[in-house]
Design a protein around this ligand. Structure first.
Ligand code: AMP
Length: 240
C-alpha cells in the first residue's frame, strides 16, 4: 500500500526550518543523500534510517561539484516523479524529499557562480568548467581521497565531501545513511565527520545487487545486456 506523499522541499532555508521545528518537538532526523533515479539499493538505506530515527529526509540532488567536464553530468539519469512513487511504496515512506535546484547559487554573485547555470539556457555546469569563480570553499579529506577512484576522478571526492557538508548544514540530521557500495566514499564521509566534529552518526549499509550480480546502480540501470555482461567480466578480472 502506498504511503502518504512526502513533503517536497526545494528551498534550503525552508529545509532547515522544518528540521529545527521537528527537533524542537523531540524528533530525531535521518538523512539519506542521493542523486535520484532511485532503486532498491537506495530504498534499503531509507529502511535503515527508519530503524535509527523518528523521521527520514531523502535528498535528491545531482551534484555538479563532483563531476569533471569529461564526465556524464548532462546525461546523468533523473526521474523525480518515478522517484516519488518509489519513496511512497517503501515501508514507512519518507517524511521529506529535499530537491534543491542549485546549491551553489548564492543569489548575490554578479559573476554567476562557479557551479551553476550556464549562460545559454540553464544547463548546470561543473565548477571545473567555469573555473570555479563563485563557489570557492571545498572540503578535502586529503589522504583518503587520493587512491582508488580518486586517481581517475580528481575532483570527485572533493565534490562529494563538500556537498555532504552542505547537506549536513542544511538538514542538520542526527543520523546520515550511506551505502558501502561506494566504499571509499563511505570511509571519506566517516573521516570527515570525525575530523570536523559533526554531531552526526554515519551509518554504512550493505550493497544491494541485481540478480545477475551487478550492483544496483542508477548508471548500471541504463546498461544494455551486452554492456552488463562486460561490466561483470571487468569486475571479475579486477577481483582475480
Ligand atoms: P547515488 O544516488 O548513486 O549517489 O547513491 C546515493 C547513496 O545510495 C550512496 O550512499 C550510495 O552508496 C547508496 N547506494 C547506491 N547504490 C546502492 C546499492 N546498490 N546498494 C546499497 N547502497 C547503494
Amino acid at each position: 500500500m502506498a504511503n502518504k506523499d512526502p513533503l517536497m522541499i526545494t528551498d534550503k532555508d525552508e529545509m532547515r526550518k522544518w528540521s529545527r521545528s521537528m527537533r524542537a518537538q523531540g524528533k530525531t532526523i535521518g538523512l539519506v543523500p542521493t542523486m535520484g533515479y532511485l532503486h532498491e539499493g537506495h530504498l534499503s538505506l531509507i529502511q535503515e534510517s527508519h530503524k535509527q530515527t523518528h523521521l527520514t529526509v531523502v535528498s535528491i540532488y545531482i551534484n555538479p561539484g563532483q563531476f569533471s567536464p569529461t564526465e556524464d553530468l548532462s546525461t546523468y539519469p533523473s526521474d523525480l516523479l518515478g522517484d516519488i512513487q518509489k519513496l511512497k511504496s517503501v515501508p514507512g515512506g519518507v517524511d521529506v524529499v529535499f530537491n534543491p535546484k542549485n546549491l551553489y547559487d548564492y543569489g548575490n554573485n554578479d559573476n554567476g557562480c562557479g557551479v551553476g547555470l550556464d549562460q545559454e539556457g540553464g544547463k548546470v555546469v561543473s565548477c571545473v568548467e567555469t573555473g570555479g569563480m563563485g563557489h570557492e570553499t571545498w572540503v578535502r579529506v586529503e589522504r583518503l581521497e587520493k587512491d582508488l577512484c580518486g586517481k581517475s576522478r580528481p575532483v570527485f571526492f572533493r565534490g562529494v565531501a563538500t556537498i555532504v557538508t552542505k547537506l549536513f548544514n542544511i538538514v542538520e540530521p542526527d543520523v546520515a545513511v550511506f551505502g558501502k557500495k561506494d566504499y571509499q566514499q563511505w570511509r571519506i564521509i566517516k573521516r570527515m565527520v570525525r575530523d570536523l566534529d559533526f554531531g552526526i552518526k554515519v551509518i554504512g549499509t550493505e550493497l544491494a545487487r541485481d540478480d545477475d550480480g551487478l550492483a544496483k546502480s542508477s548508471r548500471n540501470a541504463r546498461l544494455s545486456p551486452d554492456d552488463r555482461q562486460k561490466q561483470r567480466m571487468v569486475k571479475m578480472i579486477a577481483k582475480s
